[in-house]
Design a protein around this ligand. Structure first.
Ligand code: MCA
Ligand code: AMP
Length: 499
């Protein structure tokens, strides 16, 4: 029987606070209300000393929307965005949403092959890229939009809550990437939920060192900051020393994946975390030992939360109340969670709420499979509940490796390996790693080739041409046969048990 989890929303709310998750109606509606309320407030700062106030951000994004209009783009069009963090990127992104474009964010590490696959599925009319030659065949510009004509007057902030804001690609179990369509209402509901749950205020400043092409950096870090009316320090990349300087310079919030906390814990800069109002971890399991080690050495109790591309944020440890290592906490305001019986006595986490997406782009079958008959989204994660309602993620029903907070779908890597002429068969598995959580290891049945050192060199080059660096195998094992069950499914746990 499916077990419903009592909504513990009130556990996340400050006394007397009501959770209006549609305040502002759309993302631009919520942001521009904040900008108008305090035009002189700093919203974005950079370590090199650049500072952008709310009034400037309003003007810069309106002008950038004017460039999209001058280039002939119309609300409803899609643009691909794949660039490193910069003020220009943030402006180009916010302007797109204000103008009503749908943004397809793409990992900057993707090879041209991976980028082309996503473009073929999402049909962007423009690509915003650091390197404009990365997407042949698509009109491209750098994040400053210098490749577009001078701005013309353009209508902004006319989007509706049900309009798509983002299409974020995720492979799920099927191998072929699917674009999760997230509406303004979905993204707004989640931004408000974390704003309320984490007591995010205009006084907060976030040290943001997450990439701006995933939900963690965009949907939580950037949208949360803007909806809360706070500010962010935009770091060019994650580096323990840069995070420590950001905190010493007054940042009150830090959001990271467990690999970042691991690296901070290994560095002399760990003690800087002491000064934070709140440190949040997500995207992958935070080992309880790491949580405890950070608390013992700094007094900072990392708050772990759980989310997904299709649902944005779902469950969080409470801000006021016990933060339990090894658990992800209680359902966020608006989110309903239940546990459904899965294979072998396991229970799969199913969710519903205003934050949950409506479906995958042009993939009715995949969308139908993702939801139960009564409309709950199947996360593919297995969970159990502690007596007091805290959710523990106990495993995954889906085939997924999470390395350093990035998702790798074994099937995509296996198909790439099997396409090499020297490979008779191949499988990949995630092997536990203290730094990365898991690392990708390939188990290869060589074809006629006997020189495995030569084959390893060839496969390394082969993968480099086709897969982003984080998807490439870090270890190679040579085996006689890939273990499979009667249905031909790879028995991945048998592979990794073998070493
Ligand atoms: C970089 N490399 C990786 C990874 N990142 N390999 C495996 N897994 C990774 N995650 C490669 C580099 O390409 C390089 O390869 C080598 O590892 C060493 O790079 P290094 O400089 O040490 O890495 P880095 O650039 O410092 O990156 C580590 C990182 C990064 C900062 C932890 O991976 C990162 O930003 N992760 C966060 C991802 C994220 O935002 N995930 C959210 C998605 P070579 O030696 O071959 O050159 S999930 C989500 O959004 C949901 C909603 C959620 O719940 O949050
Ligand atoms: P993505 O599809 O890239 O958004 O990744 C979402 C997946 O990351 C979830 O389905 C979980 O498997 C995993 N995840 C996110 N946060 C956590 C967490 N705190 N603990 C364990 N797994 C997590």
């Amino acid at each position: 029987m499916t077990a419903a989890v009592a909504p513990h929303w009130s556990a996340h709310l400050a006394p007397g606070v009501d959770a209006d998750l549609s305040l502002g109606a759309t993302l631009p509606g919520a942001w521009t209300a904040r900008w108008a309320a305090d035009p002189g407030a700093e919203v974005i700062a950079t370590p090199s000393g650049r500072s952008v106030t709310a009034a400037e951000l309003e003007q810069l994004t309106a002008a950038a929307a004017g460039r999209y209009a001058a280039a002939g783009l119309a609300p409803g069009d899609r643009i691909m965005v794949s660039a490193g963090p910069s003020v220009e990127l943030v402006v180009a992104y916010l302007a797109a949403l204000r103008y009503g474009l749908t943004v397809v964010p793409v990992n900057t590490a993707y090879t041209p092959v991976e980028l082309a696959n996503l473009a073929a599925d999402s049909h962007p009319v423009l690509a915003v890229l650091d390197d404009v030659d990365r997407a042949p065949g698509i009109p491209s510009t750098t994040p400053d939009l210098a490749g577009l004509p001078a701005p013309q007057a353009a209508p902004v902030d006319r989007v509706q809550p049900a309009d798509p804001a983002l299409i974020v690609y995720t492979s799920g179990t099927t191998g072929r990437p699917k674009g999760a369509v997230l509406t303004h209402a979905n993204l707004l509901a989640s931004a408000h939920a974390v704003r309320l749950a984490w007591r995010w205020t205009p006084e907060d400043r976030l040290a943001l060192s997450l990439p701006l092409f995933h939900i963690h950096g965009l949907g939580v870090g950037l949208h949360g900051t803007l909806v809360a009316g706070g500010s962010l320090l935009l770091l060019p990349r994650f580096e323990p020393s840069a995070v420590a300087s950001a905190i010493e310079g007054g940042c009150t919030l830090f959001f990271g994946v467990p690999t970042m906390y691991h690296r901070l814990a290994e560095s002399p800069q760990l003690t800087a975390l002491r000064r934070l109002r709140l440190a949040v971890s997500g995207s992958a399991p935070l080992p309880a030992e790491l949580h405890d080690a950070v608390r013992e050495r700094t007094g900072q109790q990392i708050l772990e939360r759980y989310g997904m591309t299709e649902t944005i944020m779902l469950v969080s440890n409470p801000y006021d109340g016990p933060r339990r290592p090894g658990t992800v906490g209680l359902p966020l305001p608006g989110v309903s969670v239940r546990l459904a019986p899965g294979a072998g006595g396991t229970t799969e986490i199913e969710v519903a709420g205003p934050n949950v997406f409506g479906g995958y782009l042009d993939r009715p079958e995949a969308t139908a499979e993702a939801f139960t008959a009564d409309g709950w989204f199947r996360t593919g994660d297995l969970g159990v509940l502690d007596d007091d309602g805290y959710l523990r993620i106990s495993g995954r029903a889906k085939e997924l490796i999470i390395t350093g907070g990035y998702n790798v779908y074994p099937r995509e890597v296996e198909e790439t390996l099997r396409a090499h002429p020297g490979v008779a068969d191949a499988a990949v598995a995630g092997v536990p790693s203290t730094e990365w959580g898991e690392t990708v290891v390939a188990y290869v049945v060589p074809g006629d080739v006997v020189d495995t050192s030569q084959l390893e060199r060839e496969l390394t080059e082969w993968c480099a041409a086709r897969l982003a660096p984080y998807k490439r195998p870090r270890g190679w094992r040579w085996i006689d046969v890939v273990p499979r069950n009667a249905l031909g499914k790879v028995l991945r746990h048998e592979l990794s048990q073998g070493g």
